[in-house]
Design a protein around this ligand. Structure first.
Ligand code: EPU
Length: 338
């Protein structure tokens, strides 16, 4: 375990915001966590658990403890000819886990290649891309309560998964620290190739879709569309795609027949926030040191030295523009920390 005081978070958030934390604690095991939860200061202090900081915006310095998991490792729980169940440390880098699955011939998470973050945050955020959401492969989530120290295993059903949502994002569950995530993956070929970008990729390339080539395709598509956080600070999609009643989508489709729509099973319709923002003419728009990415309007970027507040001001401007033009509200996927 490593405890650091007055710690710069600049390299711990992909926006590259130079905020400070009073304390920064990296723990390496459940035993480390047990030691922490016995500490009165830790129990009472304001705390924030981060992963790679790829979905956060610091609006100010953080007065309290920032916690980061260093629990890594993969354990095989069960295996048959068709499936494998794995227990993975919450602090493992998500894409290292995807690479491991691809190398071992385990199908499921390859469409989620290159998503920044850790395994624990993948389960909290229900990460999704290219037609796949991680919840489909999660069987349970292991946690430790930061006040009582009690361990609790949440079944997949108890996680209450929805688009970019789980029970762990709700205030009542904020004290559960995810330690491990259990996944069930297929050993039998099972690829999800319906997403438009992937279809296009395999139509244009002379490659057969396999576990490895799908991972490669997703990596190439992401690298083309999303800015490299080492070069241009960002947090991937800044806004969630809005989910609206079918009547709203129909009304918009009449006015904008080319608007992309994704009908959901419950009858509602998901719209593409990137498309809505793009139509407002905001792709590449700059407001001082903050900007809308020139190749994907759903991504806000730090052109260098922007504060969290500057990014948030630009976000409000974008939200207002979409509201005025389409009468649709878009909400940040990024979590604001003040
Ligand atoms: N579009 C535009 N202009 C833009 C951006 C998008 O017209 O500037 C259009 C596209 O042409 C397409 C539609 O909007 O018709 C959707 O765009 P895209 O396929 O790029 O996906 P997205 O809805 O913008 C979502 C996820 C991404 C994920 C991709 C691929 C959310 C909030 N975002 O983006 O996730 O990688 O689908 O599955 O759901 C993230 O969460 O950080 C993230 C990158």
């Amino acid at each position: 375990m490593k405890i650091e005081k007055d710690f710069s978070l600049k390299h711990h958030n992909t926006f590259g915001i130079d905020a400070q934390a009073d304390w920064f604690v990296t723990y390496d095991s459940v035993d480390d966590l047990r030691i922490l939860v016995r500490d009165e200061y830790f129990q009472e202090c304001r705390y924030l658990h981060i992963g790679e900081g790829s979905n956060l915006l610091f609006l100010a310095n953080f007065h309290g403890i920032v916690l980061r998991s260093g629990i890594t490792g993969i354990e095989v729980l069960r295996e048959s000819a068709e499936e494998i169940e794995l227990r993975v440390g919450a602090g493992m880098i998500w894409d290292d886990f995807v690479a491991y699955c691809t190398e071992h011939g385990y199908y499921g998470v390859e469409n989620l290649s290159l998503i920044p973050g850790q395994v624990g945050s993948s389960a909290i955020q229900n990460i999704g891309a290219y037609g796949v959401e991680v919840e489909r492969f999660i069987t349970s989530v292991h946690t430790l309560h930061r006040r009582s120290g009690q361990e609790r295993c949440f079944s997949r059903g108890e996680c209450a998964y929805a688009y970019r949502h789980s029970t762990f994002k709700e205030a009542e569950q904020a004290d559960y620290i995810v330690t491990h995530v259990d996944f069930r993956l297929s050993k039998v070929e099972h690829l999800a190739l319906d997403y438009a970008d992937l279809k296009r990729y395999f139509a244009e390339h002379d490659t057969k879709p396999t576990l490895t080539s799908v991972r490669q395709a997703v990596i190439e598509i992401r690298q083309r569309k999303l800015p490299d956080t080492q070069i241009l600070g960002n947090a991937g999609s800044y806004f969630m795609n809005p989910i609206v009643p079918a009547q709203v989508a129909d009304r918009l489709r009449q006015a904008y027949p080319q608007m992309p729509v994704y009908p959901l099973e419950d009858g509602r319709v998901k719209l593409a926030a990137g498309w809505l923002i793009d139509q407002c003419g905001l792709k590449g728009y700059r407001m001082g040191r903050a900007g809308v990415y020139e190749h994907q309007a759903l991504v806000l970027v730090n052109h260098g030295g922007a504060t969290g507040q500057e990014i948030a001001t630009l976000a409000e401007y974008v939200q207002q523009a979409v509201l005025e033009r389409f009468a649709v509200e878009v909400y940040p996927e990024v979590k604001y920390i003040s």
